[in-house]
Design a protein around this ligand. Structure first.
Ligand code: URP
Ligand code: ZN
Ligand code: ZN
Length: 475
């Protein structure tokens, strides 16, 4: 009789703080031993020359998310999770979206129906709160948080999603009372709308003008405001998809003042620039996302923020809109104003290799990679210690990497249902060859080995201690 169900033998284990040579023993889907010369496994994987890393947690992706404009997500839980697994990701957190005027509880029920029986990796839900009525704040959110939906995104822009400052304060105050985590899409809506109108009046509507409608101060001001509102309520906040220097400076300054401000960035801000939006014809729409990609100097600022700990989370913000599709980027045709192009780029499968390439290029080290792609997202969103670490007692969610493999990214090789990748032709060094969820191989050299439904729903813990209302005493 074997000692373990599975032994991953001879690899180098990477954690958020160090790497060391060790075998990994797995029993009943849980890591039960780490050490040299472990006993036998019913199954064994030879990881000699490989890195054995925690499977990635993609804490920001959009799958089968309903829209108000007729656009359709090409990826649901099946293709999205298959693509995630092929890219070394073992847990995904997409969003259950409340429509304005609608119920959040119903949105969660509907989203479970969209997910049930489809995923091959584990998943939890963030919520998107678009209508924080007294009922939502007083009843729905407390009940949903108690049931494991403990993080929610709010928007400062997009007419059908955005909250005003007073509503943001209400959501932040609720988050403080309940120990939840608020994620903020920080862009100034009125400035975008004013600039968009002016650009359209001048006939400047091609994809590059999307970037012109969202200059850095748009993001800087909203980031500053979101931080200020969270400071007033005295509650942690997380700024999502940070694109460049000016927002980074706001976050870094706030962190230096001791505020609990967390930040996320994404591959598009490391590898794309606004020149990609200026490609001829409608081609730039492939890279159109919000905030927009900036320039090379800003890419360096984002790399530096990953190195120095300004960012805790590295996500894909996978937004799977097909290019050649009247329900995707071409929703209103190729001559339509940038205003009508669905925002976002795909990236579930390429997120980890693109960041890992930063190790190969000497930009970040391995512990930083593990921290921002797995360990810290798990901690911040209430999935730790079950997820995000290679540690005894944690789920055996593991990606085995060939650190030397050179891969030229090609959409034809990816597993999502999108008809393009904005990273086509980029060569990266390092690729995940085997992805295991709870000790079972889900993806091997790009081949999916588990059936839809293998992935299970994960209720999240409250990431923060619930606290009473902030003091109203004279300061
Ligand atoms: O452009 C983006 N980021 N699209 C996805 C939706 C969002 O705001 O995250
Ligand atoms: Zn957003
Ligand atoms: Zn997003």
């Amino acid at each position: 009789m074997a000692d373990f169900d599975l032994v991953i033998r001879g690899g180098t284990v990477g954690t958020a703080s160090e790497s060391f040579r060790a075998d990994v023993g797995v029993t009943d889907g849980i890591i039960t031993a780490l050490g040299s010369n472990l006993g036998s496994g019913t199954r064994e994987i030879d990881a000699t020359g490989r890195l054995v890393l925690p499977g990635g947690i993609d804490a920001h992706c959009h799958l089968d998310q309903p829209s108000g404009d007729g656009s359709i997500c090409a990826d649901g839980f099946e293709s999205g999770s298959r693509s995630a697994a092929a890219g070394g990701t073992t847990t995904i957190l997409p969003f259950a979206l409340q429509m304005k005027g609608g119920s959040l509880t119903e949105a969660v029920k509907d989203y479970h129906e969209r997910a049930d029986g489809k995923a091959v990796v584990d998943y939890a839900f963030h919520l998107i709160v678009t209508d924080p009525t007294a009922h939502v704040i007083g009843q729905e959110l407390p009940s949903l948080i108690a049931r494991g939906y403990t993080s929610f995104k709010i928007y400062m822009t997009y007419d059908d999603l955005k909250l005003n400052d007073r509503q943001i304060l209400e959501v932040l105050a609720l988050s403080r009372r309940e120990g939840a985590m608020v994620m903020v899409h920080a862009e100034n809506s009125d400035v975008i709308s004013w600039l968009t109108d002016r650009l359209e009046q001048a006939g400047l509507t091609t994809p590059i003008y999307h970037a012109v409608s969202r200059p850095m101060p748009v993001e800087r001001e909203a980031t500053h405001r979101a931080i200020s509102l969270s400071e007033i309520v005295d509650v942690p906040v997380l700024i999502v998809h940070v694109s460049g220097r000016e927002a980074v400076q706001q976050i870094h300054t706030a962190q230096g003042r001791g505020l609990r401000v967390y930040a996320e960035t994404c591959p598009q801000y490391l590898y794309l620039t606004e020149d990609d939006l200026a490609k001829p014809g409608f081609e730039g729409a492939k890279c159109l996302c919000s905030p927009p990609p900036r320039d090379k100097a800003n890419q360096e600022v984002i790399w530096s923020g990953l190195r120095n700990g300004t960012f805790q989370v590295f996500s894909s913000d996978h937004a799977p809109f097909r290019f050649e599709d009247p329900a995707g980027k071409m929703l209103h045709g190729t001559d339509a104003s940038f205003r009508y192009v669905p925002n976002g780029v795909p990236g579930l499968e390429t997120r980890l290799p693109l960041l890992f390439n930063g190790i190969s290029e000497g930009r970040i080290d391995l512990p930083t990679f593990v921290r921002v792609t797995a360990t810290q997202p798990a901690q911040i969103y209430g999935l730790s210690p079950r997820k995000g670490s290679i540690a005894i007692g944690s789920d055996a969610d593991i990606a085995i990497w060939d650190p030397e493999r050179k891969v030229t990214i090609a959409n034809a090789d990816l597993h999502h249902a999108v008809d393009y990748t904005p990273y086509e032709g980029i060569e990266v060094t390092g690729w995940p060859v085997t992805t295991l969820v709870r000790g079972q191989v889900v993806s091997q050299e790009g081949e999916t080995l588990q059936s839809p439904g293998y992935g299970t729903f994960l209720p999240c813990e409250r990431p923060n201690p619930p606290l009473p209302e902030p003091s109203l005493a004279v300061r």
